[in-house]
Design a protein around this ligand. Structure first.
Ligand SMILES: [Zn+2]
Length: 468
């Protein structure tokens, strides 16, 4: 593949390196191919040889890109992406109106637009595809690039480009032409890959980003970001842009208009579709799609819930494993303990046996000792009895001693009295002796006096007379 020094659609020629296939416009954030496009001329001259000819829809799409062939896509797209596009378009633009789809392939979406009530036609570059779409869905088809068409300016209400913008060699030129053909309040409905600004190629490779699949440098000439898409239409005077949820995460899905975008209520959409039998069929298709989306949301919630529960189960499993490991550790510890216990039991059994044997010996010994003890007890009892007897004797004796003592005390008192009396008697005796001695002296003196008296003559005379 030949290298190209293609400038950015915005005019910037000074692009920075992004990967071996793309360069990045730092001014508008578009990734620009650095490879010469597989087909820069939008005209198909030979359907069997040109890149976007018949082979593109069979061999290339199926073998190189892994898509279903155009025949199978004509069936599967209706209920999938066409339903999503239709539901989104109806929010902003109701039938009737004139619609054109650029790069409509099999023409399934054009057929749906027709049945919804639009005056719709498709456009393709390959005569073979144009023919295929006409035969498959019985729709009006235009052949060749938009710039070649003789469509009255400001005559269209909707121009749809699904996975087309990134293929355009001159996106600003072609979109400018499309806006010319739209009425003032006409709408561009666009699906195109969305480069997440700031992400490097290395990051995408490292994280296996789904956007890597969009790097088909010979087909996807410009990969827009939200900023560069806004910039593109801003420059073309269509400043009103709405970013709707894309069908696929790596895309952007936008509605563009020169006039402010107006949203329609569900009731208004239903009313518009119910105007014709075909419109009712489209409503039924959208109803089915809504149910499918509801179910998908529920399924996603359930899946998220399931994942959470699975995580919890995983954690619980881990805990169970830990518990199991812990349990087997404890079991092993228990077995060790049991072994130790058995050893201990065996040991103590032996000890008990020897203790019992010893005790039997001891019992004989004890019986002997008991006998001795009994004998000693008998002796002690006798001794006790003897002691009691003696005690009683002692008590009796001590009572007697007390009596003796009392008697002795009394005698002592008597003796003391007698001693006192003796002392008194001695004193009295002494006194009496003194008195006796006095009396003897007196007696002697009296006797002497008496003698003297007797010796007196008168007394002698009386005595003789017997009177004295
Ligand atoms: Zn640029």
């Amino acid at each position: 593949m030949a290298q190209s020094d293609r400038a950015c659609w915005c005019g910037n020629q000074d692009l920075s390196e992004f990967s071996d296939l793309y360069r990045r416009c730092a001014r508008c954030q578009t990734l620009v191919t650095r490879i010469t496009p597989a087909q820069d001329d939008p005209h198909i001259h030979n359907d069997d040889q040109d890149f976007y000819g018949k082979e593109y829809w069979f061999k290339h799409q199926v073998q190189d890109l892994g898509f279903l062939n155009i025949n199978d896509r004509a069936r599967s797209d209706l209920s999938e992406r066409c339903a999503h596009w239709m539901r989104t378009l109806l929010k902003y633009k109701l039938p009737p109106g004139k619609a054109l789809e650029l790069g409509c392939a099999h023409g399934g979406f054009v057929a749906m637009l027709k049945r919804a009530g639009f005056d719709a036609s498709g456009l393709e570059l390959s005569p073979w595809v144009v023919d295929f779409a006409k035969k498959t869905f019985d729709i009006p088809m235009l052949l060749g690039p938009l710039e070649d068409q003789s469509i009255a300016p400001a005559s269209l209400d909707v121009i749809a480009l699904m996975d087309v913008l990134e293929h355009l060699p001159d996106p600003a030129g072609t979109m400018g032409k499309a806006l010319e053909l739209l009425k003032d309040d006409g709408i561009l409905l666009i699906q195109t890959p969305c480069y997440q600004e700031g992400r490097t190629h290395e990051q995408m490779v490292r994280e296996n980003d789904l956007f890597l699949e969009q790097f088909k440098a010979n087909e996807h000439l410009n990969l827009f970001s939200q900023t560069s898409a806004r910039e593109l239409f801003d420059r073309l005077g269509a400043r009103h842009i709405a970013f709707e949820p894309p069908m696929f995460g790596y895309d952007m899905f936008i509605l563009v208009s020169r006039r402010p975008l107006k949203l329609h209520e569900t009731a208004q959409i239903e009313h518009a579709l119910s105007a014709t039998p075909d419109g009712r069929m489209i409503q039924a298709l959208l109803d089915g799609d809504n149910r499918l989306r509801t179910l998908r949301d529920q399924h996603n919630q359930t899946e998220a819930d399931r994942a959470k529960r699975l995580e919890v189960i995983g954690q619980l499993n881990q805990q169970v494993q830990q518990i199991d490991a812990d349990r087997s550790q404890r079991l092993s510890a228990m077995q060790t303990l049991q072994q130790q216990l058995q050893q201990l039991q065996e040991q103590s059994r032996q000890e008990i046996a020897s203790a019992v044997a010893q005790r039997e010996l001891t019992a004989t010994e004890a019986a002997k000792r008991l006998k001795i003890i009994e004998q000693q007890a008998g002796q002690i009892a006798q001794i006790e009895m003897d002691r009691a007897n003696r005690l009683s004797i002692i008590e009796t004796l001590s009572a007697e001693v007390q009596q003796f003592q009392e008697a002795a005390r009394q005698r002592l008192q008597v003796i003391e009295q007698q001693q006192q009396e003796m002392t008194q008697l001695r004193q009295e005796t002494t006194q009496l002796r003194q008195e006796t001695s006095q009396l003897r002296q007196e007696l002697q003196s009296l006797t002497a006096s008496h003698q003297k008296l007797l010796n007196r003559p008168a007394v002698r005379a009386l005595r003789r007379m017997g009177l004295a």
